[in-house]
Write a protein that binds this ligand. Sequence first.
Ligand SMILES: [Zn+2]
Length: 328
Amino acid sequence: MNTTIKEMANGIFMARLPMPFRLSHVNVFLFIEEDGFAMIDTGPNLPGVMDALEDVLARIGRKVEKCRRIFITHFHMDHCGLAAIVRERSGAPISLSEIDAQKIRAFSIDHDRVRRMEAFALENGLDRDTIKEVSDIFLSFEKATVPFIADGYLSDQYHLFAGGHDLTVISTPGHSRGHLSFYLPTERALIAGDHLLQHITPNLSPDLIDPAFHPLESYLESLTRIEKLEIGAIWPSHGRPFTNMAGRIADIRKHHAERSLLALQALEEGARTARQVSQSIFGRDLSAFDRMLAMNESYVHLIALEKRGLCGRKKNSAGVCLFEHSAR
Ligand SMILES: [Zn+2]
């Protein structure tokens, strides 16, 4: 499989760990400290990933047992799935945002995430067969994150020192409500998690625990926050590091403006569910999992339009949510 390690700056390594998905890998960051190391993100608890992590650590003369601290960008399995196992073997404390730490705790109880996803999907017009397929996928990946209780919380502007480098925590909510990025001022680099990627736009989905969260609005604000920093290089969680942050952000803004317009246009014919709107935007030829992601992203655009007064929401007698163009 595809495991590589690259020195990004003195004492900082980016390791690319394999994943058995369309998204074929995740990048984690290792900071060399005396005989140990600190890390940002861990990879998922899926077959072969711990072996790959041990392999890259061996290449820089380190062992999992020598991990001193674990920092996490956000709660998704590919970022924190192995954190509890690394902690168990090394004693390293795990830190992340309080919001995402609570999410990991909540989701670890009684298939909580699956139940919340099912209720949300049903309310937004996804058919039962698709929901069943997606539930099975969610259930099959429950073990990909070993649940943990965080040892500490990180918040915006918190200063860290790792591998001889200063890091500043930058809160970048959007892709997840508690998403964090890590800024290295001396390197003019941002360890961006899934906030900014070169070739894909991070999925925006509703927060299943906090329905008041507005992912699109927060995401766009978080782009503005990082634009204010002196950043020469983005070190992302997927794909290669890249330099043209301003150009990439401009492209993503344009992409979301176009999506919002398509979502609004989809309401011109009449009231529609988020699922129906997603068919107008993303088409019909999607896998079950992608149908769910498309519905989520359409919902996120619709509630942003609603906040701007451009559409409204009502429920039909079956409890299904319909969005309506305000001008109609
Ligand atoms: Zn993610």
